[in-house]
Write a protein that binds this ligand. Structure first.
Ligand code: ZN
Length: 480
């Protein structure tokens, strides 16, 4: 247990970043260090199903006899580094640094968790000129690569080669997060541009606000679905589709305040409301609260205090109509007449979201549910939990995909599914719907008895599912 989180600076962010680096593995946690209240020790009992390289790196550093201390610092902090070569004054803004602290005899990682006071940290993409986002977990993982080399005595001969090695590692983290890769021969980086990565539209919608709900969204997602196994595959496939259209729209929102406000009130805040209702239904907070410490992130005001004034009826009915079209005949979206200008402005976003099966299912359908309630008038937020409960099993049963590649080993699949039940409180009906969908999508492609593996994971009523999938009508058509 020799990886420590400094309790000064921004320890909760460091915890959250490490939790991201271990792919939201619930085996990750912290413990007190006897006689030293200034640090917490990282404890890590890796989930055997979690085979991500980044999780293995954390495990290696936790198990190494040398000590690494990670400190998150707000942008603008200036600090003296007690390096082996002497003392040096260092401004953390836009930076991460790893060095041997000669006074404490530890390897110290310091990094700017404030992302240049919110303006973002950029580095250079593979084309040699594009500024790409470099969010905190990427910065920390890069520094952990340097720390690892120091622990193992494998620091490269020149700083350029050492940077190249750290940037090669960094790209592994980037791949996992669905972020563009960095050019490993260009070590340029700094403040501004690049964006924060992640949910581009949500981030653009809240541009100027401290309380960016994208972080809350990531925390909830991470607590429910780890980035490996079933949850990881489902999310990365959906996220790849989302990235295809979100960058352009987010870019327009950054230069058009009216568009930004419109997308926020008609799309982003309503979606956050639906996701919050789903999270309240599914998330087993008692199990994940400690390990998923980043759930301490403040719930965004948009979710905590849903608008008390209901949307104008003509706006709500127009949104409901547009979304209905998006789900049934996306080609006809622009044919709608006499719709309010605000609604017209979000049509391109809705149209783009309804092209991909996964984004249609994960984004457009939940948004349609919200506006269906909106068109009925009254207290939308109050009625959302019941509406989500009523449709969730059907929705899960229509997942366009679940695994890109199901595990080739039935024990691994059972581990994966068990992990879902540990994190999510799924009703019997929801478990059956999910199991049935898994059987429909994958029973013919895995070389083992899929139903048996599902049963082994503890899902209910598997016998019933087998009966359905054998005698029931085939429903796989078109779902590939
Ligand atoms: Zn470096």
């Amino acid at each position: 247990m020799t990886y420590r989180i400094d309790q000064s600076g921004t320890p909760a962010t460091v915890f959250g970043n490490l939790f991201t680096i271990v792919s939201q593995d619930l085996g990750f946690g912290t413990d007190n260090v006897a006689g030293d209240a200034t640090v917490q020790a990282v404890t890590y009992k890796k989930d055997p199903a979690n085979t991500t390289a980044t999780a293995q790196r954390v495990l290696d550093e936790v198990n190494d006899p040398g000590t690494v201390v990670a400190t998150g610092l707000p942008s603008g902090t200036t600090i003296i580094l007690h390096t082996d070569a002497g003392d040096t004054l260092f401004d953390i803004t836009g930076n991460g640094v790893t060095f041997h602290d000669r006074l404490a005899n530890v390897i110290r990682i310091l990094y700017d968790t404030g992302q240049c006071n919110g303006s973002g940290i950029f580095t250079i993409g593979l084309d040699g000129h594009t500024h790409i986002p470099t969010p905190n977990p990427v910065v920390l993982y890069h520094e952990m690569s340097h720390a690892f080399h120091q622990l193992r005595g494998t620091v490269a001969a020149t700083s350029a080669l050492e940077e190249q090695a750290a940037e090669t590692d960094e790209n592994v983290m980037r791949d996992q997060l669905g972020l563009p890769e960095r050019l490993t021969t260009d070590h340029t980086g700094g403040c501004g541009g690049g964006g924060s990565g992640g949910c581009l539209v949500v981030t653009a919608a809240y541009r100027s606000e401290v309380e960016n709900p994208a972080r809350w969204l990531h925390a909830v997602r991470g607590a429910m679905l780890p980035r490996y196994g079933l949850g990881g595959q489902l999310f990365s496939q959906a996220y790849a589709q989302y990235l295809e259209f979100s960058a352009d729209i987010a870019a327009s929102m950054r230069v058009d305040d009216e568009l930004r406000a419109t997308v926020r009130s008609l799309v982003v805040d309503p979606l956050l409301q639906v996701y919050a209702a789903a999270a309240a239904r599914w998330l087993r907070t008692s199990v994940v609260q400690h390990a998923a410490g980043q759930l301490d992130r403040p719930m965004p005001a948009a979710v905590r205090h849903p608008a008390l004034t209901p949307p104008a009826p003509e706006l709500a009915s127009a949104m409901a109509a547009i979304l209905q079209s998006a789900l049934t005949s996306p080609g006809s979206l622009h044919a709608h007449r006499d719709i309010p200008g605000a609604v017209r402005r979000v049509i391109p976003l809705i149209a783009a979201g309804s092209i991909g099966q996964l984004t249609r299912w994960a984004l457009v359908e939940p948004l349609a549910l919200y506006w269906e309630l909106g068109a009925e008038g009254g207290d939308i937020a109050g009625r959302l939990p019941a509406a989500v409960a009523q449709r969730s099993a059907d929705w899960l049963g229509r997942a366009p995909t679940l695994y890109g590649n199901p595990p080739s080993d039935p024990a691994r699949l059972a581990d994966d599914l068990r992990a879902v039940l540990v994190r999510m409180r799924l009703s019997d009906e929801e478990q059956i719907a999910l199991s049935r969908r898994l059987v429909e999508l994958h029973s013919r492609h895995v070389g083992y008895d899929l139903s048996a593996a599902i049963r082994q994971a503890g899902f209910v009523h598997v016998a019933h599912i087998e009966a359905q999938s054998i005698s029931g009508p085939s429903s796989e058509g078109g779902a590939g």
